[in-house]
Every structure is written in structure tokens, then in C-alpha cells.
Write a protein that binds this ligand. Structure first.
Ligand code: ASP
Length: 321
């Protein structure tokens, strides 16, 4: 029996500034097109997720691939994970500096290595050995991000917290704890898909957090944290303040709720509420069950999201919680 395919994408959850809204919405729309056109032709969920995420890595708007946030020493360091819910196969890379599309390297790790996860130089060497081109890190760095880093570091020197999240407080029910650490912008990208064979998959790709210490790895590329997929439960991709998400293994927490019988529509806001309740964390989630039901939630002022079903694509930069 053929299933109707579904694709969800996100392009980060934070106080996306007004002048970047259009680019975010266009970026998630383009990602939907890239992934859904494959699903319509009968491609696998994992292929669709990879294509959608790669499209957003190529879009300089997001904190993934070129245009990512910079480490405190001005470099781009990327993390990505892909997971196939039908087989539980997974591939991840972290702290890579010389790959344009880390999600493609993650795919190679999944398909062509006996391992699940590579970091740093070893990840780059593996990707190169599988035919990926190594580039200079400067090709991933944009002027916009140099300026953003300089502004964040100036604030840091002045002893001011970064209140990027504290923008439009009316857009959520949950209060923002502006004293909590880690109020950087969160522009990570992710996708979850259901294909015509009923298989689900998930992928997340990020440049991490602004002004991060070199070598820091966040939730995005860690299995069960910023990304997870299991046909016995659901596929999930998260974005937001990575450290609390990791401590709660929040992706797995959300998919476990679905396995326990909670609908993805309900489990998604529950996961974000749990993140805030336990650790004052902020972020966004896309969650998709193998039956095609899905949920999207965030407790940040805005989140770039998109969903495509047989009814066509829908995108937005904000949801009422
Ligand atoms: N979760 C990511 C991290 O902490 C950041 C983001 O979502 O933009 O690395």
C-alpha cells in the first residue's frame, strides 16, 4: 500500500529580525520543493531529508553550511546528522570546517562506513576519501556573520547578556528567562519526511551557536538530542539552545511520547514546554509520525517552518503556541 508523502522542514527558532523574514520563508519553501519533488517521484524519506537540508545549507540565510554563525575565533564549524527510521541507520559529523554540505558527509558516513559518527579532521578525511571536495573555511564565512560576531563580542566585553530571544514576547505563552545563559540566535536547519513506502527519516544541520568555543558540539548532530527517527515512534528535528536540549535528550523524549500514544501535534508543544520547565530552554521542534500526523512548536518569538503534503506546501515564520 502506498502512503501519501509528507515533508516538514525548519530553518531555526529565534527572534528572526523583520528584515530576514522573507529570506527565511523563501529558504524553507525552496527546501520543501527540493525534498518533496523527490518524495512525489517515489524517492526514500532519507533522500528527501538530505536534499531539503542540503538546500538550506546552500542558502546563506541559515546557520548551516555557508553563512553559519562563527566560533569565537571567527571560523565556521559544522555539525550534521541523518537518521533513517526504517532501519535505525544513522550518520553524523561534527566540528567539520572544510565541507560545504555536512549533511552529505553524514549520508556517506551512514551509507559507506561501519561507524555512525566522525568528528573534525577524521570526518573531513573520510568525506574526501568518498569523493567530497574539501574547501577553505573562508568560503563558508560571510561578512554578515563577521559583523554579527563582532557585535556579540562587543556586548560580551561590555558585560551585557545577548537578549536576542527577548523580542516579541506576545508570540508565546511561555515567559522568556532573559537571565539564563545562552541567548544566542538559533538558525539551525532540519527536515523530517515520510515516503510513499511508509518510511520516515530525519536530518539536522548547524553551524552551532554564535561565538561558541572551538570544538563545542551542540544537540543538532547528536542522536536523540537534536535529531532522531524510528518507524516505531516518530521522526524529529530540533533547533534552539543546544545544551539544555542535550541534557534532556529531547528528540528521543518527544518520539517516546508518540510511541506512548500521544499525537505528534500534542507531543511537539509538550516537548518544548518540558524543555522550558526543566531547564529554562528555548527552541523549536518538527515531529512526524509514520502515519503522517505531525506537530510543530516553538517557544521563541519566531521559527521558520514549512510543511508539504498532497495538499501542497505551507510555510511560516511564526506559530501561535
Ligand atoms: N541547536 C543548535 C546548537 O546548539 C543551535 C541552533 O539550533 O541554531 O548547536
Amino acid at each position: 500500500m502506498q502512503t501519501n508523502p509528507v515533508l516538514l522542514v525548519h530553518g531555526g527558532a529565534w527572534a528572526i529580525p523583520d528584515d530576514m523574514l522573507e529570506a527565511h520563508e523563501q529558504g524553507v519553501f525552496d527546501a520543501l520543493q527540493a525534498g518533496y519533488s523527490l518524495l512525489e517521484r517515489g524517492a526514500s524519506a532519507i533522500d528527501a531529508v538530505e536534499a531539503a537540508v542540503a538546500r538550506m545549507e546552500d542558502d546563506g540565510t541559515f546557520d548551516a553550511g555557508r553563512g553559519s554563525f562563527l566560533t569565537r575565533d571567527g571560523r565556521v564549524q559544522l555539525d550534521a546528522l541523518l537518521m533513517d527510521g526504517a532501519t535505525l541507520r544513522a550518520g553524523g559529523v561534527a566540528c567539520v570546517e572544510r565541507l560545504r554540505n555536512p549533511i552529505k558527509a553524514a549520508r556517506l558516513v551512514m551509507d559507506r562506513s561501519p561507524h555512525v559518527y566522525f568528528v573534525g579532521a577524521g570526518a573531513e578525511e573520510f568525506a574526501q576519501s568518498q569523493g567530497m571536495k574539501l574547501i577553505d573555511n573562508s568560503e563558508l564565512v560571510t561578512e554578515r556573520e563577521r559583523e554579527r560576531l563582532a557585535a556579540a563580542q562587543a556586548k560580551e566585553r561590555a558585560g551585557m547578556p545577548d537578549l536576542t530571544f527577548a523580542g516579541d514576547d506576545k508570540s508565546r505563552e511561555t515567559a522568556v528567562d532573559v537571565d539564563a545563559p545562552g541567548f544566542e540566535s538559533h538558525d539551525t536547519v532540519g527536515a523530517v519526511a515520510l515516503d510513499t513506502q511508509g518510511r520516515i527519516a530525519a536530518g539536522t544541520s548547524t553551524g552551532g551557536t554564535l561565538n561558541k568555543a572551538p570544538g563545542r558540539v551542540g544537540d543538532s548532530s547528536l542522536i536523540g538530542c537534536g535529531c532522531y527517527a524510528d518507524n516505531a515512534s516518530a521522526a524529529v528535528s530540533l533547533t534552539g539552545w543546544g545544551e539544555p536540549i542535550m541534557k534532556l535528550v529531547l528528540g528521543k523524549w518527544a518520539t517516546d511520547r508518540v510511541q506512548q500514544g500521544v499525537s505528534p501535534e500534542q507531543a511537539a508543544p509538550e516537548a518544548i514546554a518540558y524543555l522550558y520547565r526543566r531547564l529554562g530552554g528555548h527552541g523549536g521542534i518538527i515531529l512526524l509520525g509514520p502515519d503522517g500526523r505531525y506537530g510543530i512548536a516553538h517557544n521563541t518569538p519566531r521559527m521558520a517552518w514549512g510543511v508539504c503534503t498532497s495538499d501542497g506546501p505551507r510555510t511560516g515564520v511564526q506559530l501561535r503556541q
